[in-house]
Design a protein around this ligand. Sequence first.
Ligand SMILES: Nc1ncnc2c1ncn2[C@@H]1O[C@H](COP(=O)(O)OP(=O)(O)O)[C@@H](O)[C@H]1O
Ligand SMILES: [Mg+2]
Length: 333
Amino acid sequence: MDVAAWCSQSRVWVIAGKGGVGKTTITAALAATAASAGLSVLVIELEGRHGLGAAFGRRDPVGYAPVVLRGRSPDDPETLGKPPEGAVWARRLTPDDALLEYLADHGLQRVSKRLVSSGVVDVVATAIPGIRDVLVLGKVKQLERAGAADMVLLDAPATGHAMTFLTSASGLLDAARGGPVRQQAADVVELLRDSARCRVLPVTLPEEMPVSETVESAQLLRERVGVHLGPVVVNCHEKGAAELEVPTADAAREAGVTLDPAALDALEAARAYRLRRIRLVEEQVERLARELPLPQLRLPRLNAASIGPAELDQLAAAMASAIETLPAPEDAT
Ligand SMILES: Nc1ncnc2c1ncn2[C@@H]1O[C@H](COP(=O)(O)OP(=O)(O)O)[C@@H](O)[C@H]1O
Ligand SMILES: [Mg+2]
């Protein structure tokens, strides 16, 4: 499928998965991929961590005011205007940030700062479970409505929290009888259920535990919230079993190389280890396809200590080719 067309299927994309599977990395890679295809991208960072900016070569963590991660820099990024085509902007959005904006939008600007600094969010959050998530997603809904960018990417909190993050609004909808909280929750649920507006991309590693957890949480999200899922991103995918089938001794003979027995043993052990590892990966990827029948976007494990701009470009290129091989959707489900 054409990359720009694929990215334009929904405006809001939630990148979800267990902690450490590469959500932030995949968010960055997808942002870079979409920007290269000419879209304007806004990444919402919920935890104010460092990884997203670092992937784009930025030293400081992303703050509340939008920062330019890639592309043409607007004169004043703090205007909250729309990033230009091919640009990636990012901003942080915590429940406190979202509450401040909500209060300001409702004419309560003067008291809002004081309320937030006095920790009222915590009091409200204790009284109304799920309100933090609904505040944040309510703000995301507003950004989506306002057309804040062609693509709004949400780097979701780690699973566990990501599950409540996405199910809170449905829960609140059942609990709240009326008023602004119910309205906000209803708007969020409507956004999450509409595949033309929002999609959830589960990210997993091709390993037993993450795959099981991905299958389980995907089912829960479908049942409880009715989100549109997929494709599944398989991060750190490894292939190349075919080249490893040849025993080291045979390969050495074919290449006309003479190895001393210690070197041969070591290489043979390494070959066996890699082959076993790749077979395990294959097994898990097949199980994932069976238990969660969604298309897969497979991205390679890079041999790098950390993900910076060069690694990001490699991942974005791999992502673009993976998207290009996806079949065009017959029908949105
Ligand atoms: N495809 C990859 N190849 C190599 N390293 C990766 C890859 N994806 C993620 N990483 C590394 O794995 C670690 C966890 O990734 P991160 O994106 O921070 O995960 P999460 O946001 O899910 O916690 C980071 O150190 C990151 O640089
Ligand atoms: Mg992260």
